[in-house]
Design a protein. Structure first.
Length: 483
């Protein structure tokens, strides 16, 4: 089949095109459910029996037969003629002339703005501290001249045509609904390559959790593709303008005749789940001398309060397992919990080389620890000869430590940064502790800040009293960089 003629159109040709028998009247055909609503030219609601009082294909308000009046964003309902009488209410006759140029084939006349299921593969779950954490929506817009397709530039829901509207998302999440736009319809083409994306990768997780490009939320998220008369460059709880939803169905639903061209289904909304997450500060990978204990800080998402760490973290427990260098034997853990995070202190063990945190066994997925740039405590490694390597983001510096002895109560040591660049980095500080054997003697707890830090060699730290009285005793200085 091909589009109907634009001149000398006979009713019999319309019947044949739509597959109707010879006894169907013009009104029955003009109000039929078989009419392709996406055809530019088709029966519409307009007064008069002639063809001079309206532009062919448009209705009385110029919406090409669709329900664009009002603020309801579901605007793609096809408003067919309702009959009536000349000058009456309604005055919406079926006109044979409305079928001039009508295209019945849905593969040739289709919605000009689309999100196809065949272009997309949405993730059912996103993992803030794992993969996948990205979600993309690939969209199309037919904008080149066409005699059978209603173009975005043909429809004016407001003072602007749909060509000037913004493509975006409306999502229901904590504190929402939320809105964001990502570009204009006129930025799209019909290749299906143009896309918008969000990221639930966790950031700022040590204090107040946030996602890289999405409102913070754990659990189910409902999404809706929108066209907006106004822009929203960042997520906002205020609608950015007059909204028009994409045409189509919920992802995973069964399409009716007008939600598909027979091969591709048009999608307008759907849902996915953001899973709970766990992270560990990267000083979980501190390599210490054999027999030293290590601290590991674990951060987690939670709804309604922190998880019951104490009930779960045991040797071989369902929450945390510390893998050691002795064939991965699990390590006993003791805990100090504070709201958003918990600190796990291991027993005296060999070097801790890796840490794996497993989600509660009632769920079906695991978490493997990932480091984050900008960690509070970057990785530190201390080799037996006293060379300390500090790694933070892309900065690697070697610091040599002169190990001294107490004399009576005082201790002096120097550290010499090498490798070039500003050290410590902007905003960073050097912290240290002093141990006699495996016992920390200065400060009594926590870490002390090394004053007088600068980029040159021979940064001298003088401690007047480390609280020790032993003579000629060896002490070891441990240094770390804190950003």
């Amino acid at each position: 089949k091909m589009a109907l003629a634009t001149t000398n159109l006979a009713l019999s040709a319309v019947r044949t095109n739509l597959g109707y028998s010879a006894d169907w009247s013009l009104f029955n055909i003009g109000t039929s459910s078989l009419i392709n609503r996406w055809s530019k030219y088709k029966p519409v609601r307009a007064a008069g029996i002639g063809t001079t009082v309206y532009e062919r294909g448009k209705d009385d308000v110029g919406y090409w037969g669709f329900n664009f009046s009002g603020s309801n964003p579901d605007k793609w309902d096809y408003l067919q003629p309702r009959g009536g009488s000349d000058g009456g209410s309604p005055d919406e006759p079926a006109r044979l002339g409305d079928f001039r140029g009508y295209e019945h084939d849905r593969t040739l006349a289709y919605p000009s703005i689309q999100c196809r299921d065949t272009d997309n593969a949405w993730n059912a779950n996103l993992y803030p501290s794992g993969t996948p954490y990205l979600q993309r929506w690939y969209c199309r817009a037919h904008r080149s001249s066409s005699s059978v397709i209603i173009l975005p530039s043909d429809i004016y829901p407001s003072a602007s045509s749909l060509d000037d509207y913004y493509v975006g998302l409306k999502i229901n999440a904590t504190g929402g609904p939320w809105y964001k736009t990502f570009g204009q319809v006129k930025d799209l083409d019909f290749t299906g390559a143009w896309n918008i994306s969000i990221s639930t990768e966790i950031i700022n997780w040590a204090t107040s959790p946030a996602f890289a490009n999405f409102p913070y939320h754990i659990g189910s998220v409902d999404w809706q593709l929108i066209l907006s008369s106004g822009a929203a460059a960042a997520w906002t709880a205020i609608s950015p303008g007059l909204l028009v939803f994409f045409t189509g169905i919920a992802n995973g639903g069964s399409p009716d005749t007008w939600d598909t061209d027979g091969t591709n289904t048009y999608i307008t909304n759907g849902s996915f789940t953001i899973k709970d997450w766990l992270k560990v500060s990267s000083n979980a990978l501190v390599h210490s001398a054999a027999g030293e204990s290590e601290d590991v800080t674990v951060y987690c998402s939670y709804a309604g309060g922190p998880p019951d760490w104490s009930a779960a973290v045991i040797t071989g427990g369902t929450w945390i397992t510390l893998s050691c260098n002795d064939a991965g034997t699990p390590v006993n853990c003791s805990l100090v919990t504070s709201g958003f995070n918990t600190r796990v202190t291991t027993a005296a063990i060999s070097d801790v080389s890796s840490v794996t945190v497993y989600k509660d066994a009632s769920d079906s997925y695991d978490y493997t620890i990932q480091s984050e740039s900008g960690d509070v405590n970057p990785v530190l490694e201390r080799s037996p000869d006293g060379l300390v390597r500090v790694t933070s983001n892309s900065i690697t510096q070697d610091i040599t430590v002169s190990q001294g002895y107490a004399g009576s109560t005082a201790l002096t040591f120097t550290y010499n940064p090498t490798g070039g660049g500003d050290f410590p980095p902007s905003g960073g500080t050097i912290e240290y502790i002093i141990k006699r054997g495996a016992t920390q003697v200065y400060p009594s707890s926590g870490w002390a800040t090394a004053t007088g830090q600068r980029a040159e060699y021979n940064n001298v730290v003088n401690i007047a009293n480390i609280g020790e009285t032993a003579q000629n005793t060896d002490y070891t200085v441990y240094i770390r960089l804190v950003l």
